[in-house]
Design a protein. Structure first.
Lengths: 810, 140
């Protein structure tokens, strides 16, 4: 299970290696291995080198000490050997036969005068020495040599000389006849009773070997030297028994040299070989036993050698007195062999070092893997958690901080997953909600019977609903990103109007404002409340209409608030008001007709008064004979008739439908005059003072009947409000390219609570049957239709003032 | 005008209340041709004032009254006159051919409601008819 997991994890890891191990230059595992090697191997190596050096030094010391001991031991042994030999020879010298023989000869010779003595010497030396070998003394000497000891075997000659240096006894024919000039004789004969002569090692051509001579005094009863006992040894044979068996290892041995460096005995070198290295010789010929390290070993090797040496301390005294060269023992081993253990030690240590490093590396790798593996798992898990993937609970049972960390990660992961799943659910729920809301709003927009178009900041179409597709007779896909001007050639003029309004609106929209939301500043466009009263007449866009395919569309432009910085968007609402317009026209007509009843009475009254005069004066003319009176009455009839005609002219067109008339240039003053004439008749009271304060005005473009209707309605209201009594002030003036008309009455005024409703259709304060409630509504519609503006102000008990503005033709 | 003048008079006085001077002139022409004594008032107020002054309240036998007039209109004047002198007959001569108005005024005791223009014969016969009728006195 665990292995399987490990494999899959490593597969995942290797597939995403480059990606997942980003930022890891050296793996933790490698670091750990290197650390272990650094921490473990370096001190180990150092210790090994130190111990090797120390070991080498100690070993050298031990070897040196051993060699020294060996040399000393050997020197002591040889001392003893020589001492033994000396004492044996001293005993021989004290042999009575020899002593007496020497004494006899000495007396013979002492008796001779020097000439005779010379003769004797010549005679004797010429004579056969054979006779000497047959003497008693010679026999004694030969007896001495019967014992099979080493020194006997090494003996080359054993002979006796008298006080004159003449050979007196010998074991062989080796020695010469006279010895009085030889150092061994001369030194011994003069040396006293204690003297022992040990001569130098010299090469003897006769025996072709190196010989050394020991000489001992022969004493008489008075311990007076009477002769000399000479004992000549083959040096090598003499010493070899004591030196050559001492070997160790393959090459280790002891040798003996004299102070000149000449080999006295050596298992390898021939006796008499002079050691070529004076430095070596000097260093091994100290006064006391010691050991030295030298370069070169005297045996041809040039390497480092350890040599133990020791002088022959006992023998040295005799040699010194003999004025001969001192002897030294010399323990040595070939440096190859000597240092073999050290090399081996070195090899072992090196091997141990290598093995240690390999072991540290290998075990470190294993340990590092063991340590790093859970860390890697942790890292991978953390990485996957970081990516938001689902991660299984980590199973790390190391019992240390890693396990604690893994537990923490598990805990964290659990919490994260919980919150993630919570979040996921929330996100899902919110997404569904958002989708539902989108669908909801989309459906609403789609289903809105009015055409809705949304424009982007460049006034290109961004969205449209189905109703607009019907209006435009094109699909949304065809129109998206196009402007209104691309909608079609036949209706281009209509769309131009809307486009102009869009541009107009675009420049009029409240510019960007900064709004504070919390501590955040939001750049947005302030929405215009479509229900809020607008200052500018052009913002009453819904009142504007366009004609498309015989239908009338009212359109409204609105600002869209989007809380981002993508720029301001405008919306266009198009509503088919064809029926509304017709209905409205019908209503307006009905209102007009309903006013006709009252008006008709007024008109009748107005016409009847002149008619009374006309009829009355006409009747008077009929019965009158006085031509002057007839003349007067006739002129009155004519005058009244003209008056009637003018009244009829003013009344004309009142009931005509305004929808059919054409727009033309209209003089506002004229229309107001006509309206006053009609309105004034709508009360039984005829007590209204009319103040006309007219200025010269630019014409406006409108249907004259509609303008007259506006003022008839307003003035009728004023007259009726005053119940025919009061002051009606009417003034007109030109103002900034506009035409301004003000109508003030002195009626009771409009209550404040009604001011906002006066333009509402069917709102009336008149008794039932007296008013339709459409009068001011129609006024409002007509004013807006002609691009005008109407304001009202009223004070209770003081009267009401209406102000109207129309754009003049510039 | 002296008291004698006022007291004399052939057929008594007729008061014309109308704001149109020419209408008054025509009516005077018609009535004087029938030998009626005519006095004029230009509006309701003047008519009422005139009725209060002198002996008019006793001498005036008939009032011809218009409806649409400044200051005090005909309806108001009639209301006042019917209250103060209910016995004086009133004939309305107006330009309004308004039957509702006519009915309401007749209910108030107006003797007749003539719509302008009124022919001379019609006017004189109505005036004669009203003057011939016995005076209505309210004795209560």
């Amino acid at each position: 299970m665990d292995t399987h997991n490990g494999n899959s994890a490593s597969e995942v890891g290797s597939s995403g290696e480059t990606e997942t191990r980003k930022g890891i230059r050296t793996g933790l595992k490698n670091k750990l291995i290197w650390t272990m090697l650094g921490v473990g191997a370096l001190p180990l190596m150092l210790a090994m080198i130190l111990s090797y050096l120390q070991g080498t030094k100690s070993l050298q010391g031990v070897i040196g000490a051993s060699f020294k001991a060996l040399a000393y031991e050997t020197s002591t042994k040889i001392d003893l050997l020589i001492e033994g030999e000396i004492s044996r020879n001293i005993r021989h010298a004290a042999h009575p036969s020899i002593r007496s023989a020497i004494a006899g000869f000495n007396q013979t010779l002492l008796a001779l005068d020097p000439v005779a003595l010379q003769k004797y010497f010549e005679a004797e030396s010429a004579g056969s020495s054979r006779s000497i070998l047959e003497t008693e003394a010679s026999r004694v000497l030969k007896n001495f040599q019967k014992r099979k000891i080493l020194s006997v075997l090494a003996t080359q000659a054993l002979y006796v000389t008298d006080a004159f240096g003449v050979l007196r006894a010998s074991i062989n024919d080796f020695p010469g006849f006279r010895h009085n000039e030889k150092p061994d004789w001369s030194k011994t004969i003069a040396g006293g009773k204690e003297f022992v002569y040990i001569g130098p090692v010299t090469f003897n051509e006769k025996t072709e070997s190196f010989l050394m001579t020991f000489a001992f005094p022969i004493l008489d009863e008075n311990e007076k030297t009477i002769g000399v006992l000479h004992h000549v040894f083959d040096t090598k044979e003499f010493f070899s028994g004591a030196i050559e068996p001492i070997t160790f290892g393959e090459t280790g041995h002891v040798m003996m040299i004299d102070s000149r460096g000449m080999v006295i005995d050596c298992p390898i070198l021939p006796t008499g070989f002079l050691l070529p290295d004076p430095v070596l010789v000097r260093s091994v010929t100290g006064k006391n036993p010691d050991w030295v390290k030298t370069m070169g070993d005297g045996h041809g090797g040039e390497d480092l050698s350890i040599i133990g040496f020791s002088p022959l301390e006992q023998t040295r005294e005799w040699i010194t007195r003999s004025e001969s060269k001192n002897w030294y023992t010399f323990a040595w081993q070939a440096s190859d062999e000597l240092f073999a253990p050290m090399h081996q030690l070195f090899q072992w240590i090196s091997m141990a070092g290598v093995v240690s490093i390999l072991l540290i590396g290998g075990m470190g790798s294993l340990a590092a893997k063991k340590i790093v593996e859970p860390i890697r798992r942790l890292q991978k898990a953390a990485e996957r958690i970081g990516k938001g993937e689902k991660v299984e609970t980590l199973e790390i049972k190391t019992g240390d901080e890693l396990e604690a960390l893994a537990n923490e990660v598990n805990l964290m992961n659990d919490l994260l997953q919980k919150s993630f799943s919570g979040l996921e659910n929330q996100v899902r729920a919110k997404t569904e909600e958002v989708l539902y809301l989108k669908e909801y709003t989309d459906s609403i927009l789609r289903s809105v019977p009015d055409a809705v178009v949304i424009f982007d900041p460049n006034l290109k179409i961004e969205y449209m609903n189905g109703a607009f597709e019907t209006v435009a007779q094109q699909t949304a896909d065809q129109l998206q990103g196009h402007s209104l001007m691309d909608l079609g050639a036949e209706s281009a003029l209509t769309w131009k109007v809307v486009q102009d309004e869009l541009l107009n609106f675009y420049s009029e929209v409240v510019p960007v404002t900064s709004r504070k939301l919390g501590n955040q500043t939001i750049q947005c466009y302030t929405a215009q409340d479509p229900l809020a009263p607008k200052d500018s007449p052009s913002l009453q866009s819904m009142k504007q209409t366009v004609k498309l395919d015989g239908k009338v569309f009212a359109f409204q432009i609105f600002d869209i608030v989007i809380h981002d910085d993508s720029g301001k968007r405008l919306g266009l609402l198009l509503r088919d008001v064809t029926e509304d317009v017709e209905l409205h026209n019908q209503l307006a007509m009905a209102e007009k007709l309903s006013g006709l009843g009252t008006l008709a009475a007024g008109i009748a009254h107005e016409l009847n008064n002149p008619l009374v005069s006309i009829m009355g004066f006409a009747e008077a003319i009929i019965g009158e004979e006085d031509s002057e009176k007839i003349q007067k009455y006739a002129s009155k009839v004519f005058d009244r008739s003209k008056h009637m005609s003018s009244i009829i002219l003013n009344m004309s067109g009142y009931a005509r439908s305004s929808g059919l008339a054409e727009e033309k240039e209209v003089d506002l003053n004229e229309r107001i005059d006509a309206a006053i004439d009609i309105a004034i008749l709508t009360s039984y009271n005829n007590d209204i003072k009319v103040d006309r304060n007219f200025s010269e005005l630019s014409p406006i473009k409108a249907k004259p009947e509609e303008i007259q209707q506006i003022f008839i309605n307003l003035l009728t209201n004023a007259v009726q409000a005053m119940e025919g009594k009061g002051r009606l002030s009417i003034s007109t003036e030109g103002q900034n390219g506009n035409v301004l008309a003000t109508i003030s009455d002195t009626g009771p005024g409009i209550p404040q609570e009604y001011l906002s409703k006066i333009y509402d259709p069917f709102f009336t304060t008149k008794e039932q049957g007296k008013g339709t409630g459409l009068g001011l509504n129609i006024v409002h519609q007509l004013v807006l239709k002609h691009g005008g503006k109407i304001d009202v102000s009223s004070q209770k008990g003081k009267g009401t003032t209406f102000s109207l503005t129309f754009p003049a033709i510039s | 005008m002296s008291i004698i003048d006022n007291a004399s008079g052939t057929k008594g006085k007729i008061l014309i209340i109308d704001d149109e001077a020419e209408v008054r002139e025509v009516l005077r022409l018609h009535l004087e041709s029938a030998k009626y004594n005519v006095i004029e008032a230009a509006d309701g107020e003047e008519g009422v004032t005139m009725m209060k002054s002198g002996s008019n309240l006793l001498q005036v036998g008939l009032i011809l009254c218009d409806i649409r007039m400044p200051k005090v209109n005909g309806i108001e004047a009639i209301d006042y006159l019917k209250k103060e002198a209910p016995s004086i007959p009133i004939i309305v001569v107006t330009g309004y051919p308004d039957s509702d108005l006519a009915v309401s005024l007749m209910k108030k005791g107006v003797k007749d409601y003539l719509v302008k223009p009124v022919e001379k014969t019609t006017l004189l016969s109505k005036v004669a008819e009203v003057l011939a009728a016995p005076q209505e006195f309210n004795y209560v």
